[in-house]
Design a protein around this ligand. Structure first.
Ligand code: ADP
Length: 449
């Protein structure tokens, strides 16, 4: 097992990893930017290193500084968290070349799954259903795009091959707007990922976003865990997640779970990852992408199965054998997670950084809270806007909803705008309560557009 792990991240996920390391008896090194000196992860770690200025490119994405910090402090492994360098194949390669274990999959797995067009091709070869699409990049000045879109059938969606965080996507309902949509998606993709490649696929109407957590060891064993339903989204980004999904029955769980397992087998996956699918009302499912890292919503699965995924991830990276089997994993109840973001839901979710003047976060039976903020903390404008994840566990979905409603009523945050009142509205919405939670839920039932 590792002796000392450097966490190349910040925020709640850095705190989460530090806690897992501590329980495993591993020392921790936190890195931070100049504006993050007062951050919770810096307070929790055994050792700390300032790696650069506020902007992520100078600190949390600064590979030479991060590697130097690990060497100076004598770390033997690096945990990348999510975001920043977590899905950067070059970083994984540099870590390994410097004798530091990258707590994640191989550079090859990251590369194969990081480019969506490559991933879709690979999944097709492995017999996993994918969304009908352009089978490669598209360009606005190529006359063939109209025939491709017609064959797929409108509406279609233009997506960035290097995509993430819902960026670089455009829905197109008819051929008049196809060329413009490709151009704007390419511009957005170039700005966000430095890669302007986009592709086209069928826009699946009113789908559920269903994802399966997978775990793999270096001896080739791969298992899948029960699904998470992440259909409640804003701007194609998740806001509420739950497990099990109201849409999925035992047979469908097994069917999609096996496809998820095959997807991970195809890239010889090691450690923890997630296979994302779109599932329509009839139960047809389509591979969307794989995230080769721990995800924001991993605690949903932890609570519903009782498995500590971050500890498993660290143990698997250290070369331990996987002791879990999919058949033996039990669904212990129902779990809902709500993301409290420092954003203004009334102004299209614009970020709302600033000082938290008053803070009360919920607790009590069945509630888990993952956060890095405290009263008096100033949320810097440079990083993502997630400030807390509230999770509720119930014996069934109704009980989990009741507990979440109660928990959200306890939330008091002053000084910044945040999503907690919107989350409360979702929890009392009768369509949510009935389990009608497709990806257009917010626009249809909350914002009414
Ligand atoms: P990202 O990597 O940016 O998160 P994803 O491919 O995971 O992008 O898609 C994010 C969300 O966008 C999905 O959860 C879904 O709501 C929507 N989406 C993506 N592709 C499609 C599609 N073909 N049809 C309908 N919705 C889609």
């Amino acid at each position: 097992m590792f002796k000392k792990v450097l966490i190349a991240n910040r925020g709640e996920i850095a705190c989460r990893v530090i806690r897992a390391c501590r329980e495993l008896g591993i020392k921790t090194v936190a890195i931070h930017s100049e504006v993050d000196r007062e951050s919770m992860h810096v307070k929790l770690a055994d050792q700390t290193v300032c790696v650069g200025q506020a902007s992520a490119s100078e600190s949390y994405l600064n590979i030479p500084s991060i590697i130097a910090a690990a060497e100076i402090k004598g770390a033997d492994a690096i945990h990348p968290g999510y975001g920043f360098l977590a899905e950067n194949a070059y970083f994984a390669e540099v870590c390994e070349a410097c004798g530091l274990k990258f707590i994640g999959p191989s550079k090859e797995s990251i590369e194969q799954m990081g480019d969506k067009i490559t991933a879709i091709e690979l999944m097709k070869k492995s017999g996993i259903p994918v969304v009908p699409g352009s089978d490669g990049p598209v360009n606005a000045d190529d006359p063939k795009i109209f025939a491709i879109a017609k064959k797929i059938g409108y509406p279609v969606i233009i997506k960035a091959t290097a995509g993430g965080g819902g960026k670089g996507m455009r829905i197109v309902v008819s051929e008049e707007t196809l060329q413009n949509a490709i151009i704007t998606a390419q511009t957005e993709a170039k700005a966000a990922f430095g890669n302007s490649d986009v592709y086209m696929e069928k826009y699946i109407e009113e789908p559920h976003h269903i994802e399966f957590q997978v775990l793999g060891d270096k001896y080739g064993k791969i298992v899948y865990l029960p699904e998470r339903d992440c259909s409640i989204q804003r701007r194609h980004q998740k806001l509420v997640e739950e497990s099990p999904s109201p849409l999925i029955n035992v047979a469908l769980r097994k069917k999609i779970g096996k496809a998820a397992r095959n997807a991970a087998v195809a890239v010889k996956y090691v450690t923890v990852g997630t296979i994302e699918f779109l599932v329509d009302k009839k139960g047809h499912f389509y591979f969307m992408e794989m995230n080769t890292r721990i995800q924001v919503e991993h605690p949903v699965t932890e609570m519903v199965t009782g498995i500590d995924l971050v500890k498993e991830q660290i143990k698997l990276a250290a070369g331990e054998k996987l002791s879990i089997t999919s058949e033996k994993v039990k669904i212990l109840g129902h779990v809902i997670e709500c993301r409290i973001n420092a954003e203004d839901p009334d102004r299209d979710f614009t970020p709302s950084p600033g000082k938290i003047n008053k803070l009360f976060l919920p607790g009590g039976p069945g509630i888990r809270l993952d956060t890095h903020v405290y009263c008096g903390y100033t949320i810097p404008p440079f990083y993502d806007s997630l400030i807390a994840k509230v999770l509720a566990f119930g014996k069934d979905r109704d009980e989990a909803i009741t507990k979440m409603q109660r928990a959200l009523r306890e939330v008091e945050i002053e000084g910044i705008k945040n999503t907690s009142s919107l989350l409360s509205k979702i929890m009392v919405n009768e369509n949510f309560q009935k389990g009608s939670v497709s990806t257009d839920f917010l626009s249809k039932y909350i914002f009414g557009r």
